[in-house]
Design a protein around this ligand. Structure first.
Ligand SMILES: [Zn+2]
Length: 262
C-alpha cells in the first residue's frame, strides 16, 4: 500500500550509492511519496537532480539550524531561485538550542527569513525544533498560522503543545523515536495529535529505529517507515494499515502542490 515518508534526506552522501535501489524498492513495495529536505546551500542542486528523475520524491529547500554558519552572501536569492525552479516546499529549517549548535540569534534570524518566505509563497514548511520551544512559539505567534501549512519533524515536544501547533496549521510528524518503548513522552504526544494532523517519517539516513534485525551499517532508509508505523499503531491501538492510510492522506493533503497530477 502507498506510504508517505514526511521527512528524509535522500541527497545525503551516505545514501548516494544505494539511492537508485532505495527508490526502486520504495516504488515496487507499494509506492507513495518521500519528502526529501535540503539542509544547506551545498545540497540543493543534488536534490533538484534527484527530484527531477523521480516523481516519488517531493523536494524541500532550506537551511538547517546546524548550518547557519555556512551561508553565502546571496543565499536568500539562491533559495528563492530553487523554490521557483520546481514544485517544492521550504525545509529543513528551525531552531536547535542543544549545546554545540550555532549562535541562537543567528539561528532565529535565518529561521524567520525562511519562514517569512514560505508564508509569502504559501509553501509547506518542514520544521526542526530541539530544546527551543519557547522561542519557536514566540516566533510562530508573530508569523501567524502557516499559509501553506507545515510540519514539525521528529516531534520531541510535549502533548500539551499540540493543540496550539494544530491551530497554526501545523502537522506533527513522528520518527523512529516511537520504536523505543522507554520513550513515554513520544507515545503521549502521539496520542495528543488529531488523526488528520498526524504524519510519519524516517529522517533517513539518520534516526535509525529499533529494528527486529539491527542494520549493520547504522544507515536508516525509507523502507523502515513501516517499522515506525507499526510501533505508532500499537501505541494508538489502531491497525497499522489504517495509520499508513491516514498518514498518506495527510501527507498528500499538506504537500498537494508538490505532487505531479499525472
Ligand atoms: Zn532531518
Amino acid at each position: 500500500m502507498k506510504r508517505f515518508d514526511a521527512h528524509c534526506h535522500l541527497q545525503d552522501k551516505r545514501l548516494a550509492r544505494q539511492l537508485p535501489r532505495i527508490i526502486q524498492t520504495w516504488n515496487s513495495s507499494g509506492g507513495g511519496f518521500l519528502v526529501s529536505c535540503g539542509t544547506q546551500e551545498a545540497d540543493w542542486e543534488d536534490l533538484i537532480a534527484i527530484a527531477g528523475k523521480a516523481d516519488t520524491v517531493l523536494p524541500c529547500f532550506g537551511v538547517h539550524p546546524w548550518y547557519v554558519n555556512t551561508l553565502s552572501s546571496g543565499w536568500e536569492e539562491t533559495l528563492g531561485h530553487c523554490l521557483g525552479r520546481i514544485p517544492s516546499g521550504v525545509g529543513e529549517i528551525g531552531l536547535d538550542f542543544t549545546t554545540d549548535a550555532p549562535d541562537r540569534q543567528l539561528q532565529e534570524a535565518v529561521f524567520i527569513t525562511q519562514l517569512t518566505m514560505a508564508q509569502a509563497l504559501r509553501l509547506p514548511v518542514s520544521i526542526h525544533i530541539r530544546k527551543a520551544w519557547d522561542s519557536f512559539i514566540r516566533i510562530l505567534k508573530q508569523v501567524g498560522p502557516l499559509a501553506g501549512g507545515g510540519l514539525i519533524h521528529s516531534f520531541s515536544g510535549s502533548g500539551d503543545m499540540v493543540p496550539l501547533f494544530e491551530r497554526h496549521n501545523l502537522y506533527i510528524s513522528f520518527s523512529g523515536a516511537v520504536t523505543n518503548p522507554h520513550n513515554k513522552k513520544a507515545g503521549k504526544a502521539l496520542k495528543a495529535v488529531s488523526p488528520d494532523r498526524l504524519l510519519m517519517e524516517t529522517d533517513s539516513p539518520d534516526l535509525l529505529p529499533r529494528l527486529p534485525v539491527p542494520a549493520k551499517d547504522k544507515i536508516n532508509t525509507p523502507a523502515n517507515l513501516l517499522v515506525i508505523a507499526e510501533a505508532s499503531a500499537n501505541i494508538l491501538k489502531i491497525p497499522t494499515k489504517s495509520l499508513v492510510q491516514q498518514t498518506f492522506d495527510n501527507g498528500t493533503r499538506l504537500f498537494n502542490q508538490l505532487i505531479n497530477p499525472n
